[in-house]
Write a protein that binds this ligand. Structure first.
Ligand code: COA
Length: 340
């Protein structure tokens, strides 16, 4: 037997052994997956059962708490307070369990599980979502720049609006997945993206003409500004994400909750003037379009509808941003008074 053949046979023997090991690992992996899946079902069932018991208990507490005084009344109040805290804790736990998709995700994706089962993969998904937003924003900025300064052609404008429709649609899907994974994104921001999808779709159907040309330059400058604000927002959001991750994992980074809060406030106070300016630009777009809708030569329905959509965007963005800032100030002040 040649030495080459002997070597080949020895190599085959080694590979056979390795193959056995791989098969064993695969069997073990499937077994663990099965155990995890059983544990998930049991865990989900216990949470559902516990929720029902808590509901029954709070109903009976409501009935028997009337007329109670002293120690008993205090005890009942304590229990009620604990019961009120439980739903939040349960939804945090449930964000690590597979669950049925809501209507929107079921329609778009079907009944595939979108819940990521570890903190790291959730953070990685959010990070990737922010990067995706930044990437598409840069392309949108480029396209808006080309439309504004280099090419005046309806087809290129249509490309920009089509990209906007696609971008906002994608955001609605990604954000639903984020929410299902425990993100606290306010409902308005998701609704904002539905309206923006609608608005860009209507802009796409607006035919070329005198009125379109009247609004075109203002709209393109608005797109450029929004892209710029989106880049600032990326810096803020990814900074928050990075610091939260470090806080959660207790990295060697010398970071405390106070350190995070103070970074967040510095970022927010820098960002807010740009955000509010953008909101008032939306109001300005809306007023311009309402004025145009009154012109005798205005025949296109798109003018009024776009004006109305910009108005809704302005009202929602402005009020929600104010509410977010007020809430953050309140929690900051509460934190301060606790530490005194
Ligand atoms: N779009 C998507 N997600 C958003 C969001 C937005 N506009 N604003 C907040 N979120 C997310 C956050 O990332 C966070 O997610 P997480 O729970 O997964 O970590 C969650 O919602 C809660 O965020 P919150 O603490 O309330 O706010 P924040 O500090 O992250 O951001 C603002 C505060 C004001 C900077 C932010 O809400 C914002 O950018 N708003 C303005 C948007 C706007 O007006 N755009 C138009 C510009 S012209």
């Amino acid at each position: 037997m040649s030495s080459q053949l002997t070597e080949a046979l020895q190599e085959w023997e080694r590979l056979e052994k390795e193959f056995q090991q791989i098969q064993e690992s695969h069997r073990l992996y499937l077994q663990k997956l099965d155990e995890v899946s059983k544990m998930q079902n049991n865990f989900t069932a216990s949470i559902t059962r516990h929720r029902k018991y808590l509901k029954d208990l709070s109903q009976s507490l409501n009935k028997c708490s009337k007329g109670l005084t002293g120690q008993n009344a205090k005890q009942v109040e304590d229990i009620k307070r604990h019961i009120q805290e439980r739903p939040n804790i349960f939804s945090q736990m449930e964000s690590f369990l597979p669950k049925e998709n809501g209507i929107y995700l079921s329609l778009v994706l079907g009944s595939v599980n979108v819940n990521l089962l570890s903190k790291q993969s959730k953070a990685a998904y959010k990070d990737e979502y922010e990067k995706f937003k930044l990437g598409v924003t840069v392309i949108l900025l480029l396209l808006a720049f080309i439309c504004q300064f280099l090419v005046t052609y309806r087809f290129v404008d249509a490309l920009l609006n089509f990209l906007l429709v696609w971008y906002y649609c994608t955001l609605t899907i990604r954000e639903s997945i984020l929410i299902s994974n425990g993100s606290r994104i306010k409902g308005w921001w998701v609704f904002h993206h539905y309206i923006s999808t609608f608005l860009s779709g209507v802009m796409l159907t607006w035919p070329e003409g005198e009125l379109y040309q009247m609004f075109r330059s203002q709209f393109l400058t608005y797109c450029l500004y929004q892209g710029f604000v989106q880049c600032l927002q990326y810096y803020y959001q990814s900074g928050c994400l990075y610091r939260l991750k470090a806080l959660g994992e207790r990295h060697n980074l010398d970071l405390t909750v106070e350190g995070f809060q103070s970074w967040m406030w510095r970022g927010l106070t820098f960002l807010l003037p740009f955000l509010f300016f953008g909101h008032f630009w939306q109001l300005f777009n809306s007023v311009t379009l309402f004025r145009m809708a009154k012109l005798p030569q205005c025949k296109e329905w798109q003018v009024f509808i776009c004006g109305f959509s910009f108005l809704v965007l302005f009202a929602g963005n402005f009020l929600t941003t104010l509410a977010v800032v007020r809430h953050k100030r309140k929690t900051k002040n509460q934190g301060k008074s606790k530490s005194l």
